[in-house]
Design a protein around this ligand. Structure first.
Ligand SMILES: [Zn+2]
Length: 330
């Protein structure tokens, strides 16, 4: 029997809709992907236009799996920004038309959906999905850690740098949904200006564009090269690529050490384009133990296993938890 939930991952460049069947109504066990669609995120024509496009994508997704919108048990939405957990508004984020509106009311109205609906920061969705279905779950099983005790930080190293914190199995959101905004923790205070208004933010050094900037400043300023190409060039001993990656890893270690000293997780799961490069992981745990207050048994630093499906899965899982809690409170 299907228990269909919809997970929506709205990113800065693309929007993904996944239709999933999650466990049974009483117990959560596993998930089955029924259908998945994606389209570019239209961020330039306002909220009504965005919601019209999203509605069409959702209709296509559910129709493909022969599921009706009315039979959905819940919808979860991941967004690029801090979402206030109680009032479900975006306090801060990169797509202006989502800010300070009643997200639940606007989406429910536009999608004609009356069931449980929840909004969450996209990196939080990533961390939650990896903790429950991905690398975190595999690691916990192998190390005989009960999921309810797992402490995990999800860190996305992509166009930007995001973070999600799962402590003892629970997502940590903070007062206004701002917990885990680790991309704007300061790494080098007097360096590079960030779009957020401060300077020296981790995102300026640890994102893909941050690495590209580091390479260009060493090589030719006009050489446009992607993060992936920089890693490829380092394997052919390009000295600028090698130096850029070494500096990147020094910054990453500083960053992960700070996070480890603050939260003492079992595991840190990396996501985003840079997480796919094996060089990032070489020697990292040994060096991490040197940078942490607790020098023995450093946290494991591992690649994600769900890829870019994690965001929508985490959002759908939150909708599942929301539906269960609403049922419990009735
Ligand atoms: Zn910043």
């Amino acid at each position: 029997m299907l228990h269909p939930y919809l997970g929506i991952d709205i990113g800065g460049t693309k929007t993904e809709v996944s239709l999933l069947s999650l466990g049974s109504p009483q117990t959560f066990e596993d998930y089955t992907l029924l259908s998945r669609k994606r389209c570019p995120t239209d961020r330039h024509h306002g909220l009504p236009s965005f919601l019209r496009n999203l509605n069409a994508l959702i209709e296509e997704t559910v129709r493909d799996a022969n599921v009706s919108l009315g039979s959905l048990k819940g919808i979860g939405v991941g967004l690029p920004g801090s979402i206030h957990p109680e009032i479900q508004t975006m306090v801060q984020g990169s797509i202006p038309f989502f800010k300070s509106i009643d997200l639940r009311a606007e989406f429910k109205n536009a999608l004609s959906f009356e069931g449980p609906m929840i909004f969450e920061n996209d990196a939080n969705c990533f961390a939650l999905a990896e903790a429950n279905f991905g690398t975190g779950r595999t690691w916990a099983t192998q190390n005989q850690i009960h999921p309810a005790n797992l402490c995990l930080i999800g860190i996305t190293l992509g166009t930007g740098v995001g973070g999600g914190i799962v402590m003892n199995g629970e997502l940590i959101r903070g007062r206004r949904g701002g917990a885990g905004e680790i991309g704007h923790m300061s790494l080098r205070p007097a360096d590079r200006q960030c779009y957020c208004g401060k300077s020296g933010c981790a995102e300026q050094f640890l994102s893909g564009p941050g690495l590209e900037h580091a390479y260009q400043s060493r090589a030719r300023p006009d050489s446009s090269v992607s993060g992936k190409q920089i890693f490829a060039r380092s394997r052919t001993n390009d000295p600028f690529a090698l130096a850029s990656i070494e500096a990147y890893k020094d910054d990453l270690l500083q960053f992960l050490s700070n996070l480890s000293n603050l939260l003492d997780p079992h595991i840190m799961v990396l996501g985003g384009g840079i997480s796919l490069e094996d060089q990032i992981y070489e020697g990292i745990e040994t060096r991490l133990s040197e940078g942490c207050f607790l020098t023995s048994d450093p946290p494991a630093v591992l690649k994600n296993s769900l890829g870019d499906a994690a965001g929508a899965l985490g959002a759908a899982y939150l909708a599942f938890l929301e539906a269960q809690s609403l049922k419990g409170s009735m």
